[in-house]
Design a protein around this ligand. Structure first.
Ligand SMILES: Nc1ncnc2c1ncn2[C@@H]1O[C@H](COP(=O)(O)O)[C@@H](OP(=O)(O)O)[C@H]1O
Ligand SMILES: [Mg+2]
Length: 332
């Protein structure tokens, strides 16, 4: 299915939400129900249908319903059209609280919504937690080239290539113990085994960070990079496309340091973590603790952020963060 850009609203944290966000969430919920008929389904997902059920949300719900039916007609022409009430119910399948027991699917229907709206990078991200551990992940990155990205792909305003270009659109998939794979978005299941690249000296290493300056402290990442000997500028990408890029060796490091008040959500990382771990990379909070997916929709305190990197770069970054923190003036 080709997601379309569409009407956008703004959430409490000022992130945009699009018709495609809700449509993708409803379609994934529909697909999971169909794949596991009769089984209980727990889906922890970004959106809910509360606003769509208000009279003021009716027009948007109609557009979402049209998008969902259009997509179903392409992929499953034999299926009856869904009503807007059914689509709202499908969106609300994503309201699970998750937790550390049993099986929970974790979905960000469109991660990097700002990238989606700005025609940069975005990703459709589906992960699976089994008893609080990441067991599987799929990342669809329709604007990510199938070859390694460079600065030229990331300059402001031109991070996205045309949707129709043959080389654009990458899907990543991994399940625990079975490796990470990549392939073209519209080419069926990915078959090319991928690994992170831990062979570069720091002077040739690239690091990635959020395109959005307010999502992560770019100054701190620069300082840490300098401390470990990184010389190249950062690649600035929206969304979990960064995890895909790390997994196939486009870059060696992803650093994310949000404001202290920001609470990280599990759907912004679950699918990407599955991929990078199977590609041989390491991910922890800013002090080296494993990410804990077992505590519901949000992560517990992350000590200032998240670092994902190849094993040697991850060790170097942890040492650099400890050193920088020791040099900071202590609060009385
Ligand atoms: N002020 C903030 N600080 C850090 N992250 C934020 C933020 N506001 C939103 N985000 C999260 O950052 C995600 C995008 O990640 P990235 O910065 O790596 O592109 C957003 O996902 P959505 O776009 O799905 O809402 C959102 O969850
Ligand atoms: Mg997100």
């Amino acid at each position: 299915m080709q997601l379309k850009h569409g009407e956008k609203t703004d959430k409490e944290d000022d992130s945009p939400v699009t018709v495609a966000d809700y449509g993708a969430q409803a379609l994934v919920a529909w697909s999971l129900r169909r794949a596991f008929p009769g089984q209980p389904l727990s889906l922890v997902a970004e959106e809910d249908a509360v606003d769509l059920r208000e009279p003021s949300g009716a027009a948007m719900l109609d557009r979402i319903t049209s998008l969902v039916n259009e997509a179903l007609a392409i992929e499953h022409p034999q299926v009856a059209r869904l009503s807007s009430a059914e689509v709202a119910d499908l969106v609300d399948v994503g309201c699970s609280e998750g937790g550390g027991v049993g099986r929970h699917w974790v979905l960000d229907p469109i991660d990097g919504t700002r990238g989606f709206v700005g025609q940069r990078q975005y990703a459709v991200c589906l992960g699976l937690l089994q008893d609080g551990q990441v067991a599987l992940g799929v990342l669809g990155c329709p604007n990510l080239p199938q070859y390694a990205i460079t600065d030229a792909d990331c300059d402001e305003g031109q991070a996205a290539r045309s949707f129709s270009e043959e080389s654009v659109g990458t899907i990543f998939a991994a399940s625990k113990g079975q490796g990470a794979y990549a392939g073209p978005v519209f080419g069926g299941m990915p078959t090319q085994r991928i690994h992170c690249n831990d062979s570069l000296p720091p002077s040739q290493v690239r690091y990635m960070e959020s395109f959005e300056k307010r999502h992560s402290n770019h100054g701190l990442a620069l300082q840490i990079g300098a401390e470990i000997g990184v010389e190249l500028p950062s690649l600035k990408l929206d969304s979990q496309a960064k995890y895909g890029a790390l997994s196939r060796g486009d870059a060696s490091i992803f650093m994310r340091f949000p404001d202290a008040a920001y609470r990280e959500k599990i759907w912004d990382h679950c699918a990407g973590v599955a991929i990078i771990e199977e590609a041989g990379a390491v991910i922890t909070d800013a002090l080296g603790n494993p990410l804990d997916f077992s505590q519901g929709r949000f992560f517990p305190y992350l000590n200032g952020g998240i670092v994902a990197a190849t094993p040697s770069m991850h060790r170097a970054i942890m040492a650099a963060i400890r050193k920088i923190r020791e040099l900071e003036p202590k609060e009385e």
